[in-house]
Design a protein around this ligand. Structure first.
Ligand code: GDP
Ligand code: FO1
Length: 300
C-alpha cells in the first residue's frame, strides 16, 4: 500500500498514473479539506471531489475540477435569481454537494460521507479527508481576511497576500482511518501539490507528523525554478515566508522527507534529490512518472 497526501491538481495528476501501475485497492489518499466551503447551502470539498471524480473516471481533466461534460443550468438560474454564487458549480457536481451537505447536517463525519459517495461512484481506492472537523485556509489581503476560494476564484488571485492563516473552532486532528492507512503503507508520497494550501494543512493535523516520522516519505516538487507549474503557489509561499522553489518546498516540510524529487528542468539545486520529468501534461506522462516513483519505493 502507498498513501498519498494530495490537493486538487498536481497530486491527482500523479494519481492518474498510479491507477495504471498499482493495484487500485493499494492506493490510499489523504486529501486536503482546508479549501472546503458551504455554498448555496451545500458542502463543496474541492480536493476530495477532484480525487473522487478522478478515480470514478468522470473528472474534467481540462480544468482538474468538476465533472466532465457537466451542465450549469442551476448555477445560471441561481445567479439570475440574484444569489452570489461566485464558484461555478456544475449540476452533477452540485448533486454531490447536496448529498454530502445532507449527510453532514445529519451529523455524519466527512470521512463516512466520502466513503458513501465513493462507493456510489464505484471508487476502489481509499479516499480519506485529512480531518473530520472544519478548518479553513484564509488569506489577509486588501479585502480583509478572506477564504482562500474568495481570493483565488472571486479575486482571480490578482490581489496581494500579506499573510496565510488556518481558521478553526477545534484544532484539526488526523482521522483514525488516515493514520491506519499510513501505518499499513510501505511509503508515503507527498505529491506535487501546493505546499501551503494543500500539504501544510494535512501535515498540521494533530498526529500526522508523528505518524510520518518512521515512514519512508517521498516528496515531489510542484516548482520548476521560481514558478509553480500552475496556480498561486508562488504568492502563497512568499506570504508564508518560504522561497517559491523546490528548496522552499523541502524547507516547508521540515525534515519529514526522506527522498525529494524535482524536475529534470529545475535550475534549483537540491542536495541528494532525484530528478525525473515531472511535467504531467498527459496521461502517458503521469504513468511514466508513477512508474519511477513505484520504482523508488521498491528499491528502498
Ligand atoms: P489545488 O488544490 O488545485 O491547488 O492543487 P494541488 O495543491 O494538488 O496542486 C497545485 C500544484 O500542482 C501547483 O503548485 C502546481 O505547480 C503543481 N502542478 C500542477 N501540475 C503539475 C505537474 O504536471 N507536475 C508538477 N511537478 N507539479 C504540478
Ligand atoms: N476554480 C475556478 O477557478 N473557478 C471556478 O468557478 C471553480 C469552480 C469549482 C467548483 C467545484 C469544485 O470542486 C472546484 C471548483 N474550482 C473552480 C476549483 C477551485 O476550487 C480551486 O481550483 C481549488 O480549490 C484550488 O485549490
Amino acid at each position: 500500500m502507498i498513501t498519498f497526501l494530495s490537493g486538487g491538481t498536481g497530486t491527482p495528476k500523479l494519481l492518474r498514473g498510479m491507477q495504471k501501475v498499482m493495484d487500485r485497492h493499494e492506493i490510499s489518499v489523504i486529501v486536503n479539506t482546508a479549501e472546503d466551503i458551504w455554498i448555496s447551502g451545500n458542502h463543496i470539498s474541492p480536493d476530495v471531489d477532484t480525487v473522487m471524480y478522478l478515480f470514478a473516471g468522470i473528472l474534467n481533466t481540462d480544468t482538474w475540477w468538476g465533472v466532465r461534460n457537466d451542465t450549469f443550468t442551476t448555477h445560471d438560474e441561481i445567479t439570475r435569481l440574484g444569489v452570489d454564487e461566485f464558484i461555478k458549480i456544475g449540476d452533477m457536481d452540485r448533486a454531490v454537494h447536496v448529498a454530502r451537505g445532507e449527510m453532514m447536517r445529519n451529523g455524519m463525519r466527512l470521512t463516512n460521507a466520502t466513503k458513501i459517495l465513493c462507493d456510489r461512484f464505484g471508487v476502489r481506492e481509499n479516499v480519506l479527508p485529512m480531518t473530520d472537523t472544519e478548518v479553513t485556509t484564509q488569506v489577509q489581503t486588501e479585502l480583509g481576511l478572506i477564504h482562500f476560494q474568495e481570493y483565488w476564484i472571486r479575486a482571480k488571485g490578482k490581489i496581494e497576500i500579506q499573510k496565510v492563516m488556518r481558521n478553526f473552532n477545534v484544532p484539526p486532528v488526523a482521522t483514525d482511518e488516515g493514520l491506519a492507512a499510513i501505518e499499513a503503507s510501505d511509503a508515503v508520497v507527498i505529491g506535487p501539490s501546493n505546499p501551503i494550501t494543500s500539504i501544510l494543512p494535512i501535515l498540521s493535523c494533530d498526529g500526522m507528523k508523528e505518524a510520518l516520522k518512521d515512514k519512508f516519505v517521498i516528496a515531489l516538487s510542484p516548482f520548476i525554478g521560481e514558478e509553480p507549474i500552475s496556480g498561486p503557489a508562488g504568492a502563497l509561499m512568499r506570504a508564508a515566508g518560504f522561497a517559491p522553489s523546490s528548496i522552499g518546498t523541502l524547507n516547508c516540510y521540515g525534515g519529514l522527507v526522506d527522498l525529494f524529487v524535482q524536475d529534470v528542468r529545475d535550475p534549483v539545486k537540491v542536495d541528494h534529490s532525484v530528478r525525473f520529468d515531472t511535467l504531467m501534461t498527459d496521461e502517458e506522462k503521469s504513468v511514466a512518472l508513477a512508474h519511477e516513483i513505484v520504482g523508488l519505493i521498491k528499491k528502498h
